[in-house]
Design a protein around this ligand. Structure first.
Ligand code: WTA
Length: 654
């Protein structure tokens, strides 16, 4: 049975004004969707989207799991996010940019429109970018990153943002997989008061054969960088010559809008493909329902645009609804752990959305900091990316939210495009650290392997049993992997259903608590890392014979990476420290700092079954320091377990 959690009722004054005011209204919406699924989505698609041409079919499941939403319709996501606000919101601030060093820009919808159109014209006329081309964006958190996304959307080019912390090798892989012809980047940016460089990473990624023809460089910090003639162009020099208007390409509802690579259970990242209409619709609907942003509100999501949260909840969602969204270049602990709260006070932020890992750092480094600032503007606090632990939840609720803000623990994934299980701030009685209920229209269920609903309190698999508009449409260039990754494990009523890869428990009141991944994906600081991806990187070391990587609980990061390494030549053990360093250097080169191992243990062998499968459960238990309770008799060499345990214990190997 699950533990009994206290319930926090929505703030009454807030609920009165909220879009969804109570659980009856929530239930009405959910009933609408249950009774007339297509009617529900048709209603919102008509209400929310400015169609260039109407659709003829709401949902086509004839080739499921390849589904089509709003077939026949035409629209453009940049029109949805910018043009349609140019009447009533022309002078409203669309983006507030705050740089690492405190520099600020207030960008109105009119100015956003001009910047997006000019960048679209530049890409079109100078670089020949057209509908369907792939453009990789490797950018810091500066407004030009948002312009780049929307400029691509305007032309119908498919953007693929690669997080600025990824290495040149990781960038190269993603450029090649997407066959991108243009990269948009910056010379560098600022972090913790100091400039850093990005462009050299792009230069290294483009060495040798590359599909990339042109590189557009935004000069953010005017550092000395290399310019390759005929390939690299300065945005700052070219942009002023471009016109303020560029026709928006009429896109089919199911034309791809963007790709975003994410980790899966093999070494190769998956290019998650989102298409235009369904994605933008749900981005807007969830912004409205989950954050309940009002016309004069200021909203801040601290994510990086290199992750899905930055896509949906810094750029597409807020701009689609005409909100004011903050883009922040820096880190939350610079110059001190009061930075976010100082920003809340200064910008009078009403909704604040961040990750549990950031909350834990801010709690640890600046427990008393929130009390030094006026945080009374805050109405809704959000979390995303990993399960939030109760102490972090409590501090967030009490110290930051002054016990009056709703905390929306939003559960979703790169593949879901937007929130799928989340409290509604004016309606849902909240249990701490619990994602609560499926959002209206999302048929999320906790089931067993056979697709049957689990009993209350029992561990199950989180599935979504009907297609929804913002779901992943394909793994770029790999239909088979799409089907296998998401529709292979759970079958309900004879049909494969979407399985998230997450475990969950539904309690007797119907509340859903996410318990974490059931596959070999580790969640490091809210970022997904496939163990296979890290292993593939480590295997590039010529000293390494075998490797297995598992997650280990980490106070701040949620999970840290723990690697068990078998060396080719045991004599190298004498130079352990060097080898550890060498292994982390390889990871840095192949993936980036986000995948560095917290622990590397050299072991004589790995626990394998007779068929050669590594028993990771055992390795996870050893990493946590737990006693081995699993049956080890099926192992090829059961003796290896105690050898590994002593390697971990006697420290010489760590
Ligand atoms: C985890 C991030 C618990 C989950 C939007 C999921 C969460 C993975 C929550 C997706 C939450 C996300 N509670 N776990 N509120 N939100 N997760 O693709 O394991 O980077 O599968 O998308 O993060 O990570 P991704």
């Amino acid at each position: 049975m699950s533990e009994v959690k206290p319930i926090f009722q929505p703030n009454k004054a807030f609920a009165k004004e909220a879009r969804i005011k109570n659980m009856c209204e929530y239930q009405d919406l959910q009933d609408f969707a249950t009774e007339d699924y297509e009617g529900f989505w048709d209603h919102f698609a008509k209400e929310k989207i400015n169609w260039m041409e109407p659709y003829h079919t709401v949902l086509d499941e004839s080739e499921a799991p390849f589904v089509k939403w709003f077939d026949g319709g035409k629209l453009n996501a940049s029109v949805q996010c910018v043009d349609r606000h140019l009447t009533e919101r022309k002078n409203k601030t669309a983006i507030i940019f705050e740089g690492d060093r405190g520099d600020k820009q207030y960008i109105t919808y009119l100015s956003l429109s001009q910047s997006v159109n000019r960048m679209a014209n530049l890409l079109k006329t100078k670089f020949g970018v057209k509908k369907g081309d792939r453009v990789v964006i490797y950018m810091p958190m500066i407004p030009e990153a948002a312009y780049a996304m929307l400029a691509c959307a305007r032309l119908g080019a498919i953007h693929s943002i690669v997080f600025g912390g990824f290495s040149s090798e990781a960038l190269k892989d993603r450029i090649e997989d997407a066959d991108a012809k243009v990269v948009i980047t910056a010379d560098g940016a600022y972090r913790k008061g100091k400039p850093y460089l990005l462009k050299p990473v792009v230069d290294a990624a483009l060495e040798g054969n590359t599909p990339v023809e042109k590189v557009l460089v935004v000069e953010r910090n005017h550092e000395d960088i290399t310019w390759v003639a005929g390939r690299d162009y300065s945005y700052n020099e070219l942009i002023d010559n471009e016109s303020h208007y560029c026709d928006a390409e009429p896109m089919d509802s199911e034309d791809p809008l963007f790709l975003l690579y994410t980790s899966g259970s093999t070494g190769k990242p998956k290019g998650v493909q989102h298409n235009t209409a369904g994605y933008i619709l749900w981005a807007q609907m969830t912004m409205e329902w989950v954050f309940d942003v009002k016309e004069n509100d200021t909203y801040w999501c601290t994510a990086d645009i290199g992750w899905i949260t930055g896509h949906t909840y810094i750029v597409y969602g807020p701009l689609a609804m005409g909100a004011t969204t903050i883009m922040f270049e820096g880190v939350p602990t610079y110059p001190d752990a009061g930075r976010p709260w100082k920003m809340v006070e200064e910008h009078k932020i009403n909704q604040f959305y961040t990750a549990p890992t950031a909350i834990r750092v801010l709690h640890k480094m600046g427990e008393e900091e929130p009390s030094k600032y006026d945080l009374s503007s805050l109405k809704v606090l959000g979390t995303v990316g990993e399960p939030i632990d109760p102490p972090a939840w409590k501090w967030y609720y009490e110290a930051v939210g002054n016990s009056k803000c709703a905390i929306v623990d939003t559960y979703w994934q790169t593949e879901t495009g937007g929130h799928v299980v989340s409290p509604l701030p004016g309606a849902t009685p909240i249990k701490p650290a619990c994602a609560t209920f499926p959002l209206p229209g999302i048929m999320a269920e906790v089931v067993d392997d056979l697709g049957n609903k689990t009993a209350p309190g029992e561990q199950g698999l989180l599935c979504i049993t009907r297609p929804w508009p913002s779901q992943i449409r394909n793994v770029w260039g790999d239909k088979e992997r799409y089907v296998k990754s998401y529709f292979g494990d759970v079958v309900k009523d004879g049909k494969p259903v979407y399985f998230s890869g997450d475990g969950a428990i539904m309690d007797e009141d119907g509340y859903i608590t996410i318990t974490g991944r059931t596959d070999d994906v580790i969640n490091v600081s809210g970022h997904r890392m496939g163990t296979a991806e890290v292993e593939a990187a480590i295997k590039k070391s010529s000293d390494v014979a075998e490797v297995a990587v598992v997650g280990k609980p980490h106070e701040i990061k949620g999970e840290g990476i723990f690697a068990y390494v078998v060396l080719k030549n045991e004599e190298n053990l004498g130079e352990l420290v060097d080898t550890m360093q060498a292994i982390n250097n390889i990871i840095k080169k192949e993936i980036g700092n986000i995948a560095l191992c917290d622990d590397i243990v050299f072991v004589p062998g790995l626990p394998k079954t007779r068929s050669g499968k590594i028993m990771r459960r055992i390795l996870r238990a050893i990493a946590k320091g737990e006693a081995i309770t699993q049956d080890t008799s099926t192992l090829e060499d059961p003796g290896v377990v105690s050898q590994i345990e002593s390697c971990v214990k006697n420290g010489t190997c760590k």
